[in-house]
Write a protein that binds this ligand. Structure first.
Ligand code: COA
Length: 372
């Protein structure tokens, strides 16, 4: 059987970022205005005043200091507080395909690979722009590839599920080179008027080139083992979409956007993920201390610290569990891949690392990799 490896990764980052202070100023301006406009109703007990947000809370609760976005001005405008992305004609490449292609080209360059040598492209992400034609088929066309593509969504775990699918295709002989793209325009589903979650997400795109071992460049990462797990929960949910709009006036209701029970997510997902990783490592007879680096999903700093601590048995420094949350915030499926992309270069032959993502579903995907 041909073994699958990760030949390279790619990253596309929007040029603009928003600091916590900028985001909080916009939210608080809107909240204060809303409270003033609704003062009489609030005083009469008919409405609840909007609470104010704070940068120090955001950094302390999440580890996030800023986030990249594709539409900074509109997100910060208290009259809009949502991305404004110019609608494109069908003849023009869609924004999601465009950023996926940018990340894919970076991954191809990093492996010295031409697009024509790739057999399949998966667009695996939380926030698909449309049902069809599949974004992946548009990416395939833009890259000038033969073969096939399809989209898949397992929320924050989409990238690891995508890598596992690519591996299965390669090991079954269906493809030899598969691009897994994770374009995430998370700002498109974030409720910037919800004080408890307005700071969580950022925009980005990543790509991972998964290939048959015999064609991979030197220094690729062998995929040693993959574990996938899902367990239904409503604690992270996004109801946006045509099929769920009962009436036009309900289209902008907050519950059509991202909602979560952050505390419950924290409490339920930490043990779930720690157990998955521990069992996976035990099944491969790998001591957690042999893992040079844990590239964990980037949702919350304390969550990552706690998962790493439960797996290894003690607190670990950032060198072992890197954090990119401070600059990128939560970028859904792309988070663990950004961490992998940025901090894999000091790996030597036979060093072992673990990429693990987790999130809505609940879902979790964990991949052990070994530098060749
Ligand atoms: N500014 C100031 N205060 C805020 C605030 C903000 N932006 N948001 C919430 N608070 C307040 C709350 O009202 C609460 O006040 P109270 O104690 O008076 O009731 C307090 O801060 C704590 O809020 P809580 O929501 O319990 O904070 P937390 O410590 O649980 O952190 C999250 C919130 C969302 C950062 C955290 O729960 C988390 O990251 N959970 C996991 C989420 C996750 O991974 N989701 C996956 C998404 S894909």
């Amino acid at each position: 059987m041909t073994k699958a490896v990760i030949s390279s990764t790619g990253l596309w980052t929007p040029k603009d970022s928003i600091s916590n202070d900028e985001l909080v100023e916009s939210y608080n301006t809107w909240a204060e205005r809303w409270n003033a406009e609704n003062e009489a109703r609030i005083t009469a007990g008919q409405a609840t005043a909007k609470p104010l947000s704070s940068s120090s809370f955001i950094e302390k609760a999440s580890g996030i200091k800023s986030r990249f976005v594709i539409s900074k001005d509109a997100v910060l405008d208290p009259d809009i507080m949502a991305p404004r992305i110019k609608e494109r004609p069908d003849e023009e490449i869609s924004i999601l395909a465009e950023i996926a292609v940018a990340a894919a080209k970076d991954a191809l360059n990093n492996a010295n690979r031409a697009a024509k040598d790739v057999d399949a492209v998966l667009v695996a992400c939380s926030n698909l722009q449309r049902p069809y034609p599949a974004i992946s088929v548009e990416v395939q066309d833009a890259l000038g590839m033969e073969g096939f593509g399809f989209d898949m969504n397992v929320a924050c775990s989409s990238a690891t599920f995508g890598i596992a699918s690519a591996r299965a295709m390669i090991e079954s002989g269906q493809a030899r080179s598969v691009l897994v793209c994770n374009p995430e325009i998370c700002s498109g589903h974030l409720n910037f008027r919800d004080r408890d979650s307005h700071f969580i997400f950022g925009d980005v795109a990543t790509a991972v080139l998964v290939e048959a071992e015999d064609m991979a460049p030197d220094g690729a990462f062998a995929i040693v083992n993959t574990v996938l797990k899902t367990k239904f929960s409503n604690n992270i949910r996004n109801n946006f979409g045509f099929l769920n709009r009962a009436a036009p006036e309900s289209a902008n209701l907050p519950d059509k956007l991202f909602i979560q029970e952050g505390r419950k997510v924290f409490k339920e997902v930490v043990p779930l993920v720690a157990d998955i990783i521990k069992e996976q490592l035990a099944s491969q007879e790998i001591d957690p201390k042999q893992i040079k680096r844990f590239w964990l999903h980037q949702a919350n700093l304390s969550m990552n610290s706690l998962i790493a601590k439960k797996v290894v048995g003690h607190s670990v420094p950032e060198e072992i569990a890197p954090v990119i949350l401070d600059t990128y915030a939560n970028t859904s499926s792309a988070g663990s891949i950004i961490a992998f992309h940025k901090t894999k270069h000091d790996f030597k032959t036979a060093d072992i690392g673990l990429i693990c993502s987790f999130g809505a579903g609940y879902s979790a995907g964990s991949i052990i990799v070994e530098k060749r």
